[in-house]
Design a protein around this ligand. Sequence first.
Ligand SMILES: O=P(O)(O)OC[C@@H](O)[C@@H](O)c1c[nH]c2ccccc12
Length: 264
Amino acid sequence: MGKERIEYSFQEKQSAGQRLFIPYIMAGDGGLDNLEDRIDFLAKSGVAAVELGIPFSDPIADGPTIQAAGQRALANGTSLKAVLSQLRNFKASSSPVPIILMTYLNPIYSYGMEKFAADCEKSGVDGIIIPDLPMEEEEMIAELLQKHSIAFIRLVAMTSPKGRMIEIAKRSEGFLYAVSVMGTTGARQTHDENVKAYLDVLKENSPVPVLAGFGVSSVEQAQELSAHCDGVIVGSRIVDLFNQGQDEEVRKLVQGSIEVGVRG
Ligand SMILES: O=P(O)(O)OC[C@@H](O)[C@@H](O)c1c[nH]c2ccccc12
């Protein structure tokens, strides 16, 4: 359950000599019915976990691709409640890979924090990412998540002072999400040169694995960044490929990224 399940999955991949890869998909994009198949497909492709987004009307950290996916999901009635009950139906805890929910704070508030944490556990959710909850305000939910054995994955930004980065890394459970661009989610061709040094600092100071996310859209980028941390998170590119029915390209992206390449 939770943190241990994430750690176990990561260790399994790393001891097989692979990089970690976490795809982000928007729950309900293409219908909630296909969720289980999609997770199975990703697991078979070699991912270390799946990050599942809850659609929200005001996604401040998201660029156009994920905003559009959220609109499609909301249009077919997807809600936090519907996602949790769908996960519970197919028992995410017997899912072949850990499931990490990514949701803004507002849907959690309207659902009820205590009930949210309890229902996540019942639905087999292993970890949570809440991008609009700063460290200073996390205490209340942190306790609830702990009580229900759910890993609370923290995000760190390139603009954080070093001391704050280290504090966030210390608190993070499962892994540390290193946001590797300044701006919103969305595929980009290249990353700022400073990203590598930033990842090196995190890697040196983090007690948990470090994964870089935001702007990664190709095997080359994944390989380049993975050489400075434990792996990558890819959202917009995966969302686009699934939306275009190019599942085979998704598989190639995952498989190319998890191989330890010439750069690493
Ligand atoms: O789409 P990108 O640039 O590949 O970035 C990953 C990202 O999509 C996913 O982790 C995510 C989607 N929405 C978020 C909001 C905040 C933090 C992270 C996320």
